[in-house]
Design a binder for this molecule. Sequence first.
Ligand code: ZN
Length: 234
Amino acid sequence: MSDPQIEKLLIVQDRDVALQKIEQELARIPQERSALEAHITTEQANIEAASQALKEKEVQRNEVDTEVKAKESAIARFLTQQLEVKKNDEYRALTQQIEQNQSDIAELEERQIELMLEIDGTRETFEAEKAVIEARIVEQKQEILQLAEREKNLKASINEAQASVVAARSTVDESYLGHYDRVKKLCKRPPYVAPIEAHKCGGCHLRVSNEVSGNAHLDSEIHFCDQCARIVYA
Ligand SMILES: [Zn+2]
């Protein structure tokens, strides 16, 4: 290849590709950031839900405590009443009430023990998981900061990359540039200018016609792959 226009176009292409890489990386950053943020939100919600479950069990235990106290004061009241009643059947009725309350209290105390064990177990698991999750959140926040740093650097380098594309383009003939821009739009993916090797286009890797292959080394004009329309040279 000795067409100087093609050599210059290859420089434009290199710089275009470098610029595209920066642009693509920049475009991905908001998605990466929202994925991290969504993750943090979920983790925080998980901690909150576990903490809420623990609180609910503590509320249950307090309710049982209150119930036990109420039954204890009922027993005390019945005992006082027993001192005052004269009739045997009234006395027996109070004894029954006292016994009923005592058996209720025994059941409630079993429930208290169950709840205390549950709370202890839940709290232990919760604290351990919370520590792990919180450490993960710290890491994710760190990653968000790094993303911001990367975004800043990419934005800083994008101007330079754009300027170097402009500079490279300014050295190329209008007609070659026009073809290059058309191919770029058409092909979406680089390369836009590709070598022909062993009769194959370096862009689409398909075999080109003998005419294209035979003429590709002629520097007087621009050549195109007859499969993908990329600019080709040999
Ligand atoms: Zn091709």
